[in-house]
Design a protein around this ligand. Structure first.
Ligand SMILES: Nc1ncnc2c1ncn2[C@@H]1O[C@H](COP(=O)(O)OP(=O)(O)O)[C@@H](O)[C@H]1O
Ligand SMILES: [Mg+2]
Length: 314
């Protein structure tokens, strides 16, 4: 049985009694109102949406599928559109932005960005919607030069600013010798810059104990240690007991598909298996950042493809 307000809504709609419809909508449960709204033929829907006060339009915009929200927002003036997006619940707004296909997202960002900033002097809503992210590693005007045999100095990294934030993947691309490894070594704290500074959670890298792990192209395993012992090496520095270290090593080896190989020595393993040990050793410390320096380039294509996304990394 449809409830009386629902009947009333439909009756008012059939008479195109917009004023009473606008007055009725806020008295309905928002989910019911949104459902009723989506039943309306498109032209009438836009007519009604154009008449809604900003706060009600924002509440309904949160409930619609993203494409209806997008279309309805564009039935309003640009000032109204900005105000409605701004009035949406921040979490719903982020969900709406997330769901939008890239071209529509770009159009909306263009509409929201300059006009909103110019009109209110404030950041556009998307920036206010997202909590500020603290960079894990920050490079500020970082440079690296090396002395050459002839006494000259060669600059390998020109001043660069870079920020590594949680939840992102960054790829450095460049030809051999362009300085990828050099930059990675500075960002991970393995090497010090010639100028500029690298910060770990806002503090100088040199004064910090960065929780990072690195997977090297050369695997960099200790040949005299077993697979499990290789994985345990970085765990020593974490102050784990021998039992804890072994348990952690075995769990991580299991997650990269090396269960049963814990007592083997590196020379008994194939290239792909060696690099799995490299991954296990890196992942065992549960690093905040995982650096990978061409970890697949020493492997044949098929092995590299299989290793590309170890399930434990996802
Ligand atoms: N310790 C070093 N001493 C002198 N030159 C170095 C040193 N490390 C790297 N280089 C030089 O810096 C340049 C960049 O090297 P690298 O960072 O390893 O490049 P990529 O990783 O992009 O191949 C190369 O020309 C290399 O010879
Ligand atoms: Mg390199």
């Amino acid at each position: 049985m449809p409830s009386p307000p629902t009947d009333k809504f439909r009756a008012l709609l059939s008479r195109e009694d917009w004023d009473h419809l606008v007055a009725l909508l806020p008295r309905l449960d928002p989910a019911v109102a949104a459902d009723l709204f989506l039943e309306i033929p498109v032209e009438q829907r836009e007519t009604l949406f154009r008449r809604l006060p900003i706060d009600l339009a924002a509440k309904l915009a949160e409930m619609f599928p993203y494409y209806d929200t997008y279309v309805l927002l564009h039935s309003r003036s640009i000032q109204d559109l900005i105000a409605i997006v701004d009035g949406m619940n921040p979490a719903e707004r982020v969900r709406f932005f997330d769901e939008l296909p890239e071209p529509s997202w770009q159009i909306l960002m263009d509409e929201l960005g300059p006009a909103d900033a110019a009109a209110t002097g404030a950041a556009p809503p998307i920036f206010r919607a997202l909590p500020p992210v603290e960079a894990i590693v920050q490079a500020r005007r970082v440079e690296k030069s090396f002395h050459q045999a002839d006494g000259g100095l060669v600059q390998v990294i020109a001043p660069i600013d870079l920020s590594l934030e949680p939840g992102i993947i960054i790829a450095l691309l460049g030809p051999s010798g362009s300085g990828k490894s050099t930059l990675l070594r500075m960002l991970s704290g393995l090497a010090t810059p010639s100028a500029g500074e690298v910060l770990w959670h806002g503090r100088p890298m040199a004064e910090s104990r960065p929780n990072v792990a690195i997977v090297f192209q050369s695997f960099a395993l200790f040949p005299w240690l077993t697979v499990a012992e290789n994985v345990e090496v970085p765990l020593l520095a974490l102050g784990m007991t021998q039992g804890e270290r072994r348990r952690k090593a075995l769990d991580t080896l299991d997650s990269v598909g090396l269960k049963g190989f814990e007592n083997a020595y590196p020379k008994e393993l194939s290239g792909g298996m060696k690099q799995r040990v490299g991954f296990a050793r890196a992942l065992a410390v549960e690093p905040e950042i995982l650096f990978m320096d061409e970890p697949f380039s020493a492997l044949d294509v098929l092995t590299a493809e299989n290793l590309r996304f170890p399930s434990s990394m996802l």
